[in-house]
Design a protein around this ligand. Structure first.
Ligand code: B12
Ligand code: SF4
Length: 451
């Protein structure tokens, strides 16, 4: 019997500015590689066409090909467009690769971010035109969140996890080069419903036992030599005992791996015992989602902690001797309600603790509370314009420019440079930044940081 051929496709992504490029490092198509393992085990010939680019450090936004000009700002802003660039292989690459492939029975196209759907649609169009009789399936977070929209590309839509593959070791050897990091997971889903987050609408509860996760790490280390592993659980701290068991196993196995937790460590659950184990197990990077310096805003987001509790966790991380430059502190940027003073305070406290300030522009995702709340501002805007770096909630051209300049300034870990950049926006903001510097020191003092 003829072996079936399946082609897995990871489409390229889109970026508006240099900050957005940075987010795409290490975004390996793990789910697709798990599907690869499943198909290989069933005797398929499997080929991956990976159109993502992983070396974000070398890429310059201005040098990337333009994908199109897209309207920026909310539906209330007229006539402002920003250039959106293609990051990864051009679509012509896909056509060339497929022309070299004699026969394809099935295509599996993965698609993660809803605002990047266009490259998925283009990829499907090319597959359909070159192999009209092949089965084409799309899956991943975008088709799961918006199955009806995704069906518009003409492929068969798969919602949710691909059950027979969800517990398999991804076939990293399908990638053109060994990955820079391996991904590991312990627990899926999240019980909270933060206003900007779509995790609740995605698969819940797929878990790897600590032993299984360790075995995956061991196998990947042996097969590819990769020594860095990144956890992609939406909220790993909800499963703290599982996490601690895993860390104990890593310590006992003495595998000399380096681990990172960059999807967000819930700060109110981060205690000294967990941090001690993290250090012993080789954790070298993490993200602490402070999100806002205003406890009222934190409550509106749906965060189960207040600002001071989150800062206390950050102080704890520092006291345990972690390299704070690898500790990302995220903040939400782009909501109409946000106050510059709150943004500055969060930034200054982060930098005083030598952590890495990481503001993230709010991308509006369908099936989140924020999407519904801000509908009056985004009504009529197409999905691709909800990319946070196009500032879909900015109510005027001035606000749009301000948010872009704040993103530049508040991503700068040097406090002096950041202050200068803010002062260049306006003297009033420069003075506000200075006032917040004093307030921030007082907060840290009160929390015992200088004591
Ligand atoms: C990987 C990831 C990314 C990658 C995206 C890579 C890419 N190519 O686009 C990176 C790191 C770049 C990223 C960035 C962001 N992300 Co993200 N990210 C994820 C994450 C953590 C994991 C998805 C994943 O790979 N899961 C693991 C694998 C195993 O699952 P999977 O790929 O879904 O595959 C399974 C199934 O879906 C299915 N499947 C997958 N593909 C296919 C294909 C076929 C044919 C079939 C049949 C089945 C199938 O089978 C697989 C096995 O069961 C999810 C949250 C989560 N935990 O799921 C958020 C998530 C997708 N991200 C989200 C967000 C908000 C962001 C950011 C905007 C956040 C920010 N802080 O700035 C940024 C935006 C990036 C930017 N440049 O501005 C949102 C979705 C938003 C949206 N509506 O698009 C999510 C849901 C998290 C959240 N907090 O809400 N992200
Ligand atoms: S942001 Fe984090 S805590 Fe909030 S719902 Fe999403 S995964 Fe859960």
């Amino acid at each position: 019997m003829r072996r079936k051929t399946a082609v897995l496709i990871n489409p390229p992504v889109l970026a508006v500015d240099q900050h957005q490029l940075g987010v795409y490092a290490e975004a390996y198509p793990v789910g697709l590689l798990q599907i690869g393992s499943y198909l290989l085990a069933r005797g398929y010939r499997v080929r991956l066409i990976d159109m993502m680019e992983y070396e974000v450090g070398k890429a310059r936004i201005g040098a990337l090909p333009t994908w199109g000009a897209k309207r920026a700002g909310s539906a209330k802003v007229r006539g402002r467009a920003l250039s959106v660039r293609l990051f990864g292989k051009p679509l012509s690459f896909l056509a060339q690769e497929l022309e070299k492939t004699p026969a394809v029975d099935e295509f599996y196209v993965t698609s993660t971010l809803t605002f990047n759907f266009e490259t998925t649609w283009s990829a499907v169009r090319i597959c359909r035109s070159l192999f009209p009789a092949a089965k084409i399936k799309v899956g991943g977070a975008y088709p799961t969140l918006l199955p009806e929209h995704a069906a518009g590309c003409g492929a068969e839509v798969h919602e949710g996890n691909f059950i027979p593959a969800q517990r398999l070791l991804p076939s990293y050897d399908l990638l053109p080069k060994p990955p820079a990091v391996g991904i590991f997971r312990l627990a899926g889903g999240c019980r909270y419903n933060c206003s900007f987050c779509a995790n609740r609408a995605l698969a819940q509860g797929v878990v790897f036992e600590p032993k299984e996760a360790l075995e995956q790490i061991r196998t990947l280390r042996e097969r590819t030599g990769v020594a860095e592993f990144s956890n992609w659980d939406p909220n790993v701290m909800l499963h703290k005992e599982r996490l601690k068991d895993f860390l104990r196993l890593v310590v006992a196995a003495d595998m000399r791996v380096r681990l990172k937790f960059e999807m967000g460590i819930q700060p109110d659950r981060l205690d000294d015992g967990t941090l001690t184990l993290m250090r012993e197990a080789g954790v070298f990077a993490m993200t602490i989602p402070l999100e806002s310096a205003n406890s009222r805003r934190l409550r509106a987001f749906g965060k189960p902690y207040d600002f001071e509790t989150a800062v206390q966790a950050l102080i704890r991380v520092k006291r345990h001797g972690f390299d704070m430059s690898r500790c990302h502190v995220t903040s939400v940027l782009g909501c109409p309600e946000e106050k510059t003073g709150d943004l500055f305070r969060l930034f200054i406290i982060t930098v005083l603790l030598e952590a890495n300030p990481t503001p993230f522009p709010l991308s509006l995702s369908p099936r989140t509370r924020d999407y519904d709340k801000y509908l009056p501002l985004i009504r009529g805007k197409p999905l691709d314009e909800l990319n946070g770096h196009l500032w879909p909630l900015a109510r005027s051209a001035e606000e749009l420019v301000l948010k872009r300049r704040l993103l530049d300034a508040l991503s700068e870990p040097d406090i002096g440079k950041a202050w200068r950049r803010i002062g260049l926006i306006s003297g009033r903001l420069g003075a506000e930044f200075e006032a917040e510097y004093g307030r921030s020191r007082k907060i840290l003092n009160k929390l015992g940081f200088y004591g």
